[in-house]
Design a binder for this molecule. Structure first.
Ligand code: ADP
Ligand code: MG
Length: 688
């Protein structure tokens, strides 16, 4: 057995030092990399059509000789390049528009494979076909079979790479250890590794390709799940973080609420309390759609820590949200006499210093803040619980820094971005999950409407009418780029224009992320108290804001926002008893953008929206800043491969339960892969 991830690709027949450079440029450095350099797609060239039998509209592949080539100028800005081809049964033209440089690629006498849609109008032609120049002699890799098409750079041709990978399969496909024990392969009906490798590159049939894919996808998913479970297990073995107490503060708090908890909230708080009483630290995700009432649960968690004599932190991604939480906490906790502090960047230095002084002591207290709480100078005397609100807005590093400020603190991360279940297993597989799947009663219905271009004034009129009946409204403009000042100009200018032209008798305010704290607080206060009725905003209002009386939102240039983001924004309304209206206008640039916006009007189900977002945009968005999952997945598609993911999870659970250090002979290769890939992120006893 050889460790193929340590064999330089240079030693594969046909590569050599010069091509090794080219391969390195596409991140193929070792034999293992090359074997997992999977085709982008396949072309079925088992059926080569005769030119004489081509029919109009048919997708076909032909194998022909180049007879002649030529460029034609057919207009001031249009050229047509054509290749006349023959296979002996007839003549067909390959046609390309505005690609005159193709002339240098073809020579009479060459043999070509051409794939595309056949047209039979004045002449028989294939427009913008896929093409490949064949070499001399009997070519078995490039024709007469299902042919792999690789994602390639300019200097490497399909033919070369096919040949090299073919050589590599011959030399190495049977040399590496199979990470899956034979027994497991049998149980899951997965093919052996060499077979899978051959068939992913050079499948005999579509069925063989599918079997290969299943096997290799499983191979990608299993180590990720193992890593997640090992990390989780490691955390569970830490101790000394039990927070047992009479729960006096918690009970007083729950008793003082002006409403009854939903069943889901009660359940979540019970789960959190049970976690926090345990010796091992809590590591839990609280997932609940916008408006499901996560803040109350967060405060409960902080109070459980306080009851046991610890400090608790609530970290929010924006100052506006931190300030709102601060207000909520002031209102709810002042009567209970709970020591509490606010810590955000935009505070007087003296003020900040005195908060820091207070936190250094080991007296119980609650701190609400932004990332200001993870700054270097901030030290906690006795940090016991951490709650991260809107956690998807933070990076892994930021959460880790906060965690490092305590000794095995309990951690609760909260998110209103509903993560599709498949993705949750990969992204948050190391966390326990509490779900708020129930909205508090008495919420008004939210309906969504697209505003057609040219009818925006209708929306303004609607806002005027509704405000006259006691509503308030948000009007949102996108920040084109976080660092650009220009679009703030757009929001600022729009606020002035809206006031002048459309809402002369109303209070119009403006809020954005770069305002001074005093100014921002004043605007939010006026909006909350109803003196501002129309709040013009950037996407800074996306997360967290809770103004029950605001029940209209108009988002302009909606195409600039992601679907989940729009859903979050829509979550700002429908928080009171009134019926709420969400309007959006925009000029979607593509069909996809159009689809996205239409979906928004169709459903308010955050999970459905997240699934759609995932299928339209891929998981990249969700993976940003996460350590595991994304980059290790080449073939796996988290939507399509849900069943395999569940199987991988189950297998990983079994392996971790029976052989947590992966010391058994049949787990040797898995262990090696994990040590190599996740070195240092968790311990397998020995480092490799
Ligand atoms: P989110 O989950 O979006 O963070 P919030 O915590 O901001 O939701 O809660 C939304 C609103 O619902 C707040 O005004 C909050 O006071 C209110 N709320 C929370 N729980 C309940 C409940 N059980 N019954 C009634 N209102 C509630
Ligand atoms: Mg919230």
């Amino acid at each position: 057995m050889q460790e193929l991830d340590r064999v330089n690709v240079q030693f594969v027949k046909g590569v050599g030092p010069r091509r090794a450079e080219l391969f390195r440029a596409i991140e193929v450095g070792t034999v293992a990399d090359l074997l997992s350099y999977y085709p982008r797609r396949y072309e079925d060239r088992r059926q080569i059509s005769r030119v004489s039998q081509l029919e109009d509209g048919q997708e076909a592949t032909v194998r022909c000789k180049v007879m002649a080539i030529g460029n034609k100028r057919v207009g001031p800005s249009m050229t047509i390049f054509q290749v006349a081809l023959s296979d002996g049964t007839g003549v067909v033209y390959g046609t390309w528009f505005n690609q005159p440089y193709l002339e240098s690629r073809f020579k009479p006498g060459q043999e070509l494979i051409l794939t595309g849609k056949v047209q039979r109008h004045r002449q028989l032609q294939i427009v913008s076909p896929e093409y490949e120049v064949l070499g001399a002699g009997g070519d078995t890799l490039n024709t007469g079979r299902i042919v792999p098409v690789y994602p390639l750079s300019e200097q490497l041709t399909q033919r070369t790479v096919r040949q090299i990978i073919h050589n590599c399969l011959h030399a190495y496909s049977g040399k590496g250890a199979d990470p899956l024990p034979a027994e497991l392969r049998g149980e899951l009906r997965l093919c052996a590794l060499p077979e899978a490798l051959w068939n992913i590159h050079f499948p005999e049939t579509p069925a063989a390709l599918e079997a290969a894919r299943r096997r290799l996808v499983f191979d990608e998913l299993l180590p990720v799940q193992l890593a997640i479970l090992l990390k989780k297990r490691q955390l569970a073995r830490k101790s000394g973080s039990s927070k047992r107490s009479s729960g006096k503060l918690l009970e007083a708090f729950l008793g003082s609420l002006p409403f009854t908890l939903t069943g889901a909230q009660t359940r979540a708080i019970a789960e959190i309390r049970a976690d926090m009483e345990k010796e091992s630290p809590m590591n839990r995700l609280l997932q609940g759609d916008v408006g499901s009432g996560k803040t109350v649960v967060a405060v409960a968690a902080l109070l459980i820590a306080l009851d046991a004599g610890y400090q608790g932190v609530l970290m929010a991604p924006t100052e506006i949200l931190a300030e709102q939480h601060w207000r909520t906490i002031q209102a709810l906790l002042a009567p209970l006499g709970v020591p509490r502090h606010l810590l955000i960047g935009d505070m007087e230095d003296g003020e900040k210093a005195s908060v820091r002084e207070a936190l250094k002591k080991d007296t119980p207290a609650i701190v609400v803040g932004t990332h200001a709480v993870i700054q270097g100078q901030v030290e906690f005397g006795r940090l016991g619980a951490i709650v991260v609100d809107e956690q998807h807005k933070f990076g892994v590093a930021q959460r880790a820094r906060l965690k490092a400020k305590g000794v095995n603190p309990d951690v609760l991360v909260m998110t209103a971005t509903p993560i599709p279940r498949t993705l949750a297993l990969t992204l948050y597989g190391d966390l326990d999950i509490s779900l708020l799947d129930e909205l508090p009663p008495g919420r008004g219905e939210v309906t969504s409407h697209e505003v057609p271009p040219g009818e925006i004034e209708e929306a303004y009129r609607f806002i005027r009418d509704e405000v006259a009946k006691g509503s308030q409204a948000y009007i949102v403009y996108p920040l084109i780029n976080e660092n650009e000042t220009l679009p703030l100009g757009a929001a600022t200018e729009m606020a002035a224009r809206l006031k002048r032209d459309h809402f002369p008798s109303l209070g119009v305010g403006l809020i954005h992320g770069r305002m001074e704290r005093g100014e921002r607080e004043a605007v939010m206060r006026e909006f909350r108290e109803g003196r501002i009725q129309v709040l013009v905003a950037t996407s800074v209002i996306e997360v967290g804001l809770d103004i029950p009386r605001a029940c209209i939102m108009l988002v302009e240039h909606a195409e600039r926002f992601g679907l989940s983001q729009l859903h979050q924004m829509r979550g700002r309304i429908g928080r009171g008893g009134r019926r709420s209206y969400f309007f959006y206008s925009g000029r979607p640039a593509s069909e996809e953008a159009q689809k996205r916006l239409a979906a928004l009007a169709r459903t308010t189900d955050g999970f459905a929206i997240a699934e759609l977002d995932l299928s339209l945009r891929g998981p990249g968005e969700f993976f940003s800043g996460r350590q595991h999952g994304g980059p290790d997945l080449k073939l796996a598609d988290l939507l399509r491969d849900e069943k395999l993911l569940r199987q991988a999870r189950a297998v990983a659970e079994r392996i971790v339960a029976g052989d947590p250090m992966l010391v058994m002979e049949q787990h040797a290769e898995l262990r090696r892969i994990l040590v190599r890939r996740y070195q240092g992120r968790f311990s397998l006893g020995v480092t490799g």
